[in-house]
Design a protein around this ligand. Structure first.
Ligand code: PBG
Length: 334
């Protein structure tokens, strides 16, 4: 006798497909592998130095020598790429972020060292001025305004020194208008047409970046200011598609949605609309939430971190930037 609300019962029994591990594995739609992971790393000056980030338990800022070793370990775990973020010494920060375009700055030296030591791991560099500015904004500020076109010119020079140092993928995270085309043209004009562009296309003005700003030391610089005149309003979705469309037209090879878990609807819409390699950034605050709860014994870290990766894959992401990349790679195997 069929139940009223479920006329197919008992002929259709959904639980048959869940009965054994082998069948669950057989019908699984999404899988996480080390090849889905990009590992964001923090580099600092010095030799043999590692400094924990208090708001990101388990994450350390490493000097170049230790970072090169860590990248080697990531490579042997099957992680395809790392994203390098510098902790700029405060005395090198200026209102216009000039250190960003120094070909011997910390990021450029790091890229050269990684590339000298390891030939087969991708190196991604952020383009934005916030690690280098005294005010912590991603661009040049005049009379309280973050200037667009003037900033883009500096971003092109920043992208150039990073690409010249051997960076494989330039990832503009600044959210200035028109920067993808400008950077593409600047790189091409210098014979750097093989360098890829991963656009932080849908980057929101999010409070989930807090621990990252602690890690790179830009939190004090930014103070109580915010980035809402260039990063997106967390309330919007259609605007994210317009941002992606522009970046694709301007020459982006891959696009990113950021933050990650609170924005999975955006990941899905972007993937469905454009079919481009689409990445999601599980940002510092997301990492801190999961790690903090796990450290309290409230969540099972191994299970929630892998489940969070599945959520990204299910939403259509081709890969995820996550501070837990090496741990996840170990958990899910080769
Ligand atoms: C810099 C940048 C930020 C992040 C990546 N690149 C911070 C910001 O925009 O303020 C955040 C990453 C994270 O929170 O993990 N433009």
């Amino acid at each position: 006798m069929a139940h009223d609300g479920h006329p197919e019962f008992p002929t259709t029994r959904m639980r048959r497909n869940r009965r054994h591990d082998w069948v669950r594995r057989l019908i699984r739609e999404s899988n996480v592998t080390p090849a889905d992971l990009i590992w964001p790393v923090f580099v600092q000056e010095g030799q043999g130095v590692r400094t924990p980030v208090p708001s990101m338990p388990g994450v350390e800022r490493l000097s170049i020598d230790l970072l090169v070793q860590a990248v080697g370990e990531a490579k042997s775990l099957g992680i395809p790429a790392v994203a390098v973020f510098p902790v700029t010494p405060p005395e090198l920060k200026t209102p216009d972020g000039d250190e960003a375009t120094n070909p011997d700055n910390l990021v450029c030296r790091t890229v050269r060292s990684i590339k000298d030591a390891h030939d087969d791991i991708g190196v991604i560099c952020d383009v934005a001025l916030d690690p280098y500015t005294t005010h912590g904004q991603d661009g040049i500020v005049r009379d309280g305004e973050v200037l667009n076109d003037e900033t883009v010119a500096v971003l092109c020079a920043q992208a150039f020194v990073q690409a010249q140092a051997g960076c494989d993928v330039i990832a503009p995270s600044d959210m200035m208008d028109g920067r993808i085309r400008a950077i593409r043209e600047a790189l091409d004009a210098e014979g750097l047409d093989h360098v890829s562009l991963l656009a932080y296309s849908a980057k929101y003005a999010s409070a989930f970046y807090g621990p990252f700003r602690d890690a790179v030391g830009s939190a004090q610089n930014l103070g109580t200011a915010d980035k809402r005149t260039y990063q997106m309003d967390p309330a919007n979705t259609d605007e994210a598609l317009r941002e992606v469309a522009l970046d694709v037209a301007e020459g982006a090879d891959m696009v990113m949605v950021k933050p990650g878990m609170p924005y999975l609807d955006i990941v899905r819409r972007v993937k469905d609309s454009f079919g481009l390699p689409t990445f999601a950034y599980q940002v510092s605050g997301e990492y801190a939430m999961l790690r903090g709860a796990a450290d309290q014994g409230w969540l099972d870290w191994d299970k929630v971190i892998v489940e969070s990766m599945l959520s990204f894959k299910r939403a259509g992401a081709d890969g995820v930037l996550t501070y837990a990349a090496p741990e996840i790679a170990k958990l899910v195997g080769a």
